[in-house]
Design a protein around this ligand. Structure first.
Ligand code: ADP
Ligand code: MG
Length: 314
């Protein structure tokens, strides 16, 4: 359905995308996941034909985006980052305008607008000016604009940013529902969001793809590691030499320095080694005081950080 092949994008000297490639099949719900500045919006803007890549190729529903832009764009509904424009229009006027822009057949236009307004739960506010709506409703209006014309592909850039928890839940449910009938790409910097909605995750960092996998597999990839977090007071600076004194300890990493001069470290153990008992005993012997010790859960968050770190070292 969507093919991105060796795409690079430079903004002047800024290399925003560095030779990325991936394929998206019909009916998939894909999460484009990465921290701010990773290149998510740039990727989406290129897939939608909103900006041009510096090099590489994008094919949408069989059409080359640069050569057959009109046809390719017809298959895409795009919800860009941020709130919708045209805030002086009513909801219905905006959706109708989007339908005109997308060249929805005049005969079916009214019907289409009505259907989309209903699907996005905007019936009660359709006569209101967009600027008078809450953030959550504005987001729905944006979504309605993307959906009108019944495109095969929906592309949603950070669809839940700035929403309150209730609105987030509602928008996620909406996306899931549309995912039953459409191919969806959504971007997010929130892992739990992507794992809830998507069946495949593309992790992107600094313009490079660092992983493509299912949320389950990404979690499994790190679940073999068992780390613990310890917060310590180390007056005599003994943490430096501790690694060689503890069997099965693979690495030590300083996570943060607290205001009360305690420090938090992450200790990574060899597979199947439980460090807690040894750490407790050895630290006491060395005069390192433990304030807190906890086992790290292998969450998607950990997977994300690990994968990003690895990708960065390449
Ligand atoms: P994300 O959406 O993941 O936060 P973006 O795609 O917006 O990331 O940005 C990727 C990189 O490209 C960032 O370093 C950003 O500063 C840069 N960038 C994005 N748009 C422009 C632009 N119009 N001009 C110059 N640099 C840009
Ligand atoms: Mg962005």
């Amino acid at each position: 359905m969507i093919e991105v092949k060796n795409v690079t994008k430079k903004y002047g000297n800024v290399l925003a995308l560095d030779n990325i490639s991936f394929n998206i099949k019909e009916g998939e719900i894909i999460g484009l996941l990465g921290p701010n500045g990773a290149g998510k919006s740039t990727t989406m803007n290129i897939i939608t034909g909103y900006i041009e890549q510096t090099s590489g190729e994008v094919t949408v529903a069989g059409y080359n985006m640069l050569k057959k832009a009109k046809k390719a764009k017809r298959e895409i509904g795009y919800m860009p980052e941020g709130v919708p424009l045209y805030t002086d229009l009513t909801v219905k006027e905006f959706v109708t305008y989007m339908a005109e822009l997308k060249k929805v057949d005049k005969k079916t236009r009214k019907e289409q607008v009505k259907k989309v307004i209903k699907e996005t739960g905007l019936e009660d506010v359709q006569k209101k000016l967009i600027r008078n709506l809450s953030r959550g409703y504005k987001q729905r209006v944006s979504m309605a604009g993307a959906l009108v014309g019944d495109p095969q592909i929906l592309i949603l850039d950070e669809p839940t940013v700035g929403l309150d928890p209730k609105q987030v839940t509602e928008i996620r449910a909406l996306i899931k529902k549309f995912g039953e009938k459409h191919t969806v790409i959504l971007s997010s910097h929130i892992l739990s969001e992507v794992s809830q909605i998507c069946n495949k995750v593309i992790i992107i960092n600094k313009g490079k793809i660092v992983a493509i996998d299912t949320p389950e597999n990404l979690e499994a990839k790190v679940s073999g590691s068992n780390s613990i977090y310890v917060t310590v007071e180390d007056k005599e600076n003994k943490m430096k030499g501790i690694k060689s004194k503890i069997k099965g300890l693979k690495s030590i990493k300083l996570i943060k320095k607290n205001e009360d001069k305690t420090k938090e470290y992450m200790l990574e153990a060899e597979k199947d080694v439980d460090l807690r008992k040894t750490v407790f005993e050895k630290f006491a012997k060395e005069g390192i005081t433990i304030f807190e010790m906890k086992k790290a859960d292998a969450t998607l968050e950990d997977a994300f950080m690990k994968i990003i770190e690895k990708g960065g070292k390449k």
